[in-house]
Design a protein. Structure first.
Lengths: 201, 201
DNA sequence: CTTTATTGATTGAACGTTCAATAAAAAAAT
DNA sequence: ATTTTTTTATTGAACGTTCAATCAATAAAG
């Protein structure tokens, strides 16, 4: 089997196997042997291509987050308007993109999120992603309301999106992405109604 | 030291130490030795009082969830009205009760939530708690809107509450429970405005 | 013949649990 | 009031298991 140019193939194979293993038994019991078995290779190969288990986990999280960012960016590129409502809607849709909310990805995402509380490297990746979402939302809200109110709306909508993800990852049936999108967009509509309830105290 | 009646004291001591350890290094590295050291006792005592590490973790989660339920129940008992808005408001306030959102408790809660994806016993506890919150919200919404719409509102508000918890557990400063309450109550106000956007498709 | 890819047995560290030993308190006996 | 016995609480070393990482050996491709 040994051919040249295996590196990108094996890396992708192992990242996919990592998500499958975490989906199956959770991060705590996703051992290198189990991951390697999922990929049909030996355990030693993980250290060879990722320097160790931590390297593989970090690469997996990085892939999930970058795919998430790309899903959002793609939807926004397709927009023809500059309306804040449409842009925020695209951000919502991107966050509930089909490829992001399937069982393995969602469960791995939640596992990493919990793990990032105590692993600095994962926390860094998570923070970058979080800041991007918040900044995007904030910028769009800012166009139709005062600064402080925009910030509050951005935090609220981001929390709802995360909450829907969280619940989707836990329920056995997985996330109903259509309903999640509907709920988030309805919340957006209500936030854009000028009612000024959320003006800062 | 050996006195009679140590059981309830040690159990409480060890549960508190468990949260402290998880807050400090995360669930993955909260070993029995570290937990025991936090409580100032030896490692063997954990198996003696809880049958093993799993028993201690389960007891810890059970305590967090029952305290959460009691915080909600207490707020509702204090109500003088039967207005749905007030009752749901009390549910929100109870969920962001001071004693629930302090660092150690919130981090432990999130760690268990993630862990419950693959530990049936923890999943059972989490499901009971989740069902209670959902049923309570649903019942109150039901009094002012049609059934399907009430269910949708209950899911949405529950997701926002969870999302605020999730973000609170991650941010270094911990959860700003006042702002969380404000956001959730504002969302409630908007949901109770009859706009019918959320009628089922 | 050299390079690249891969294996799998081995190693050492870390973990949860067990259990014989110990010590203090409570109860019983003197 | 003492002393002895029983009960309860606790320790910490030992044990077996599991894991990630290593590395010499192997095999195919260039």
């Amino acid at each position: 089997m040994p051919k040249v140019g295996m590196q990108p193939i094996r890396r992708q194979q192992l990242i996919k196997a990592t998500m499958a293993a975490i989906d199956e038994v959770g991060l705590a019991e996703a051992t290198v042997m189990r991951i390697a078995r999922h990929a049909g290779v030996s355990a030693g190969i993980i250290s060879h291509y990722f320097g160790g288990k931590d390297g593989l986990l970090e690469a997996t999280m990085r892939q999930i987050l970058s795919a998430l960012g790309e899903a959002v960016a793609a939807r926004r590129r397709e927009l023809t308007t500059t309306s804040p409502r449409d842009h925020i809607g695209a951000i919502i849709d991107g966050n509930f993109d089909r490829s992001q909310v399937t069982g393995p990805v969602a469960k791995t995402w939640l596992a990493f999120w919990a793990s990032s509380m105590h692993k600095p490297e994962l926390a860094r990746l998570q923070l970058v992603n979080d800041r991007r979402l918040y900044a995007n939302l904030c910028y769009q809200f800012r166009r139709v309301m005062p600064r402080d109110e925009a910030r509050t709306c951005a935090r609220a909508l981001a929390a709802l999106i995360d909450g829907l993800w969280l619940r989707g990852a836990l329920t056995l049936e997985g996330l109903d992405s259509d309903e999640a999108r509907r709920l988030a967009r309805d919340y957006l509509d209500r936030l854009l109604d000028t009612r000024d309830t959320l003006s800062p105290s």
